[in-house]
Write a protein of this length. Structure first.
Length: 196
């Protein structure tokens, strides 16, 4: 009995999220109103309020849904041995999570000032720090810490920053993953950097 309303709520909730994300991407978060979202959905504002009270509530729900795999990855990674194979598996899974959450990450990149002011900005920063901690050794020298951070940044670049450049998105993602593998492997093996 209880399962019948659930999918309906989920579908409506998903429609609201999709329309809101489209409007946020088209005209920006600040310039999008709940009224515009409800008009696009062809529902009353009251119907929209039933699911979400504010634009931030909508954005947070999108963020939580798309980032659930990242949270699961962090939890999984914290239970694994710190082997090179584990670190590579974390990078592969993170690459897949980034691909699935591309619309949200594009929004966050293009609306950095707004995101910084919202709770999701702080949460995202903590998740990146947690991921870096999973791919670097706890007592890693600074050069290796930089390599591990740069490995994650390379994956973001392959998914987001390079999206406007020529080429297949999956090929760019694979190339970024290969660069991330090289950096994490070098950090794992504690190879010294260039003399400086």
């Amino acid at each position: 009995m209880d399962s019948t309303p659930q999918p309906r709520r989920g579908n409506t909730r998903q429609r609201i999220q999709d329309v809101a994300m489209d409007l946020f991407a088209q005209q920006g978060y600040e310039k999008t109103s709940l009224r515009e979202i409800s008009e696009q959905l062809q529902v009353t504002k009251a119907a929209l309020y039933y699911h979400f009270k504010t634009k931030e509530d909508i954005l947070i729900s999108i963020f939580e849904d798309l980032n659930r795999p990242i949270e699961e990855l962090i939890a999984w990674g914290q239970e694994q041995p710190r082997t090179l194979e584990t670190k590579k598996e974390i990078l592969v899974r993170y690459s897949e999570a980034l691909k699935a959450a591309t619309p949200l990450f594009v929004f966050m990149q293009e609306n950095q000032a707004t995101v910084r002011e919202l709770s999701i900005g702080h949460t995202m920063k903590n998740r990146v720090v947690a991921l870096v901690d999973l791919v670097k050794d706890p007592d890693a020298p600074l050069i290796d810490q930089v390599r591990c951070f740069t490995a994650l940044f390379a994956m973001h670049a392959g998914t987001l920053a390079l999206r406007e450049s020529e080429g297949d998105p999956d090929e760019k993602r694979k190339a970024a993953l290969e660069v991330a593998f090289e950096l994490v492997t070098k950090a794992h093996d504690h190879e010294p950097g260039p003399a400086g």
